[in-house]
Structure formats: C-alpha cells, structure tokens
Design a binder for this molecule. Sequence first.
Ligand SMILES: [Zn+2]
Length: 76
Amino acid sequence: MNKYMKGLHSLTFLLLVIGGLNWLLVGLFQWGIGDLFGGDGAVVSRIIYVLVGLSAVYEVAIHKQSCKFCSKGDQM
Ligand SMILES: [Zn+2]
C-alpha cells in the first residue's frame, strides 16, 4: 500500500467515523452534524453527507485488500 492509498484510506475512514457518529447523535438527540451548518438541506451539510457516502463506497471497494479478516477468509 503506497502513501497515497494510505492517506486516502485515513481520510475516508475518518469521514465514515464522522458519519457513524452523526447517526448516533441523530438517534440519541435528534441533532446531527448537518444542524451545525444550517440543517440537512443546506449545501454544506449535503456536501458532507455526499463525502461520507463516497467514503463508504471507497471503503467497501478496498475492504477485501485492507481487511486481514476478509483477505484470509476467502474460502467462505
Ligand atoms: Zn473485513
């Protein structure tokens, strides 16, 4: 794994964590990260949501190579 891949993974992983914590906040307090930027409909909120979603797609795509459990358990 080269430096670019590592940086991209760190970034997308961080965004996924933010997305997950956002759902936690929404579930517990009905308050999400989007509310910081003017609500779910605001452009900044939507950009964050899109970035989180794209990070999920990227992490799913590279998951097999990066995950020691999945790369070993191919015979499943
Ligand atoms: Zn895995």
